[in-house]
Design a protein around this ligand. Structure first.
Ligand SMILES: Cc1cc2nc3c(=O)[nH]c(=O)nc-3n(C[C@H](O)[C@H](O)[C@H](O)COP(=O)(O)O)c2cc1C
Length: 267
């Protein structure tokens, strides 16, 4: 019987292909197997940021002082879907199943923004958006948390803006996904910078969204100062991105109609 040449091209190819096949099967199995855990982690991270923005949880914390975890704390929120065009709640969409980012990509549930409208470079705007409402013991809404997003320097920044019960000032902001440079634009995550958002006035005297991220804030006691936060050092473009996206989502293109309706109903 002729001896098989172990170093032949055919043999080497068979071994190489077999190794590749086994490795790719293992990688695919790991990817599929880990998907539910990744999804659960993504959801937990988003919820943690909603809680941090709303001032319910300290930045970086996973439990509050009473030992309640993220999911337990999140259950306090009433999650609703809003028609951004009218500001009305919609009941035909299940908030638990609603994927706002997917809706923004679907031409049936979104529209193309004009260049003039599209300050945060979203390209398309969804018709419906989620709101997270936190009520006090008397049933009144104390925090309204809005998902916000817009372009930074390197990519889209995704965050949550929490609005106080007065519907004109911020409670906090938290970004859970972005590609900004750590130490520069990445400082949007810095608790010290974020602390400036607590109590920040979001609208000017005419009710227009008017948050400013500025190099030097107006003097103490002026109206303008109440709407200003410091620009991030060495990150002018990220800072401008944050200003653009916050004002966009508070405007009539974003949640403006909804916030107007709440104010009218309160009045
Ligand atoms: C490696 C590298 C990373 C940078 N990352 C950011 C960033 O995350 N956000 C940002 O606004 N600018 C970033 N910049 C700076 C911008 O390129 C740009 O110079 C700056 O935003 C303009 O700000 P200035 O007007 O203060 O110079 C980075 C620059 C370099 C070289």
């Amino acid at each position: 019987m002729p001896q098989r040449n172990r170093d032949s091209i055919g043999n080497i190819l068979i071994v190489a292909i077999s190794v590749c096949l086994v490795a790719s099967i293992l990688v695919s199995m790991a990817a599929v197997g880990l998907k539910p855990a990744q999804e659960a982690n993504r959801l937990l991270n988003e919820r943690q940021n909603i809680l941090v923005a709303a001032g319910v949880l300290a930045p970086g914390a996973r439990v509050d002082e009473q030992g309640r975890g993220i999911n337990e704390l999140f259950e306090q929120f009433d999650v609703r879907v809003v028609d951004l065009r009218t500001g009305e709640y919609v009941d035909h969409i299940d908030p638990q199943a609603f994927d706002q980012l997917r809706a923004a990509r679907d031409p049936d549930s979104s529209r193309r923004l004009s260049g003039e409208e599209d300050k945060p470079t979203l390209r398309r705007l969804e018709n419906y958006g989620i709101v997270y409402l936190l009520r006090g013991d008397d049933g009144a809404v104390e925090r309204t948390v809005l998902p916000v997003r817009g372009m930074g320097l390197w990519g889209t920044m995704f965050g949550y803006l929490a609005i106080s019960g007065d519907l004109v000032s911020a409670e906090g902001i938290a970004f859970h996904r972005h590609q900004e440079t750590p130490g520069l634009g990445g400082e949007i995550e810095n608790p010290r910078w974020r602390a400036q958002w607590e109590g920040l006035r979001l609208f000017d005297d005419e009710g227009r969204p008017a948050v400013e991220v500025v190099k030097s804030r107006a003097p103490e006691g002026t109206d303008a100062r109440q709407r200003q936060v410091d620009m991030l050092a060495g990150a002018t473009l990220t800072s401008r991105g944050v200003e653009n996206l916050v004002n966009f989502w508070l405007s009539d293109l974003g949640y403006g109609a909804y916030l107007d309706r709440l104010r009218r109903e309160e009045a």
